[in-house]
Design a protein around this ligand. Structure first.
Ligand code: MN
Length: 249
């Protein structure tokens, strides 16, 4: 199967915060497309530093790689964790710094997702959005264990408290999943500044109307229209290869 992948992204500071601690990264390689979203946590300096380090390590580890595989992807995320941890050690102003990191490697053989934190990857389907990641937050873990209903989790005071992040500890457990990629598929990566502000139904509606950069811009504008409380980052990966129509006339 041939795929013709395009990836576009954008990030915005929002309307309230003085600084954008989100980062994104896009690389197109012979072995596919790699895209990443990172959302920094841990104070004014630490959050920005951690998300910037995460994408810098990804670029170093994967930007010039001759070949790709799930283990290489996982190791790149683990390397980013170690770097953030080491840089933060012994610098009190960076104490507790960390970041989310969601990385997708898209190729004809499928999508590999490496994920830590509460940024998200979605498949954009005809009927709606399909989540490819779980949120590593206190409220989401309580929802999964049945302690909270989805509605309670959405209102929970600890919904933004992460149970996993890159950087605070010397080792991290990376969520690794693999999904098929079908001709015409689309993939959305975003920070919580999008899905906390804009309902998934509305996100899907906008992505049915807009493709590529126009889709990215429409989603960021929708978050800003809802008040832009948080930094917001969006990446779209789309398969431009023509969908084969059976020749059965
Ligand atoms: Mn955020």
């Amino acid at each position: 199967m041939d795929v013709a992948l395009t990836a576009v992204g954008a990030t915005h500071r929002g309307r309230v915060r003085s600084q954008n601690q989100d980062q994104y990264w896009i690389a197109t390689q012979p072995w596919g497309v790699v895209v990443a979203v990172a959302d920094g946590i841990g104070g004014y300096q630490g959050g920005a530093e951690a998300s910037a380090l995460a994408v810098a390590v990804l670029a170093r580890e994967l930007g010039a790689a001759q070949a790709m595989g799930p283990q290489r992807l996982r190791r790149a995320v683990e390397a980013a964790n170690r770097t953030i941890f080491e840089v933060g050690r012994g610098r009190p102003e960076l104490n507790g710094m960390g970041t989310t990191l969601t990385v997708c490697w898209v190729a004809a053989s499928g999508v590999w997702v490496a994920h830590v934190g509460d940024s998200r990857a979605y498949r954009v389907g005809a009927e709606g959005l399909e989540r490819l990641t779980t949120d590593h937050s206190v409220a989401a873990e309580m929802e999964r264990s049945g302690t909270l209903s989805p509605e309670e989790a959405e209102q929970h005071p600890q919904r933004h408290v992460l149970t996993r992040a890159l950087g605070p500890f010397p080792a991290v457990e990376v969520e690794m999943t693999h999904w098929p990629w079908r001709p015409g598929d689309r993939l959305l990566l975003c920070s919580d500044g999008l899905f906390n502000a804009v309902p998934e139904r509305r996100i899907h509606e906008l992505l049915r109307r807009f493709r590529g950069q126009a889709g990215v811009d429409a989603l960021i504008q929708a978050a800003l229209d809802e008040g832009g409380q948080d930094n917001v980052t969006v990446i779209l990966v789309e398969d431009q290869s023509p969908v084969e129509v059976p020749d059965g006339r």
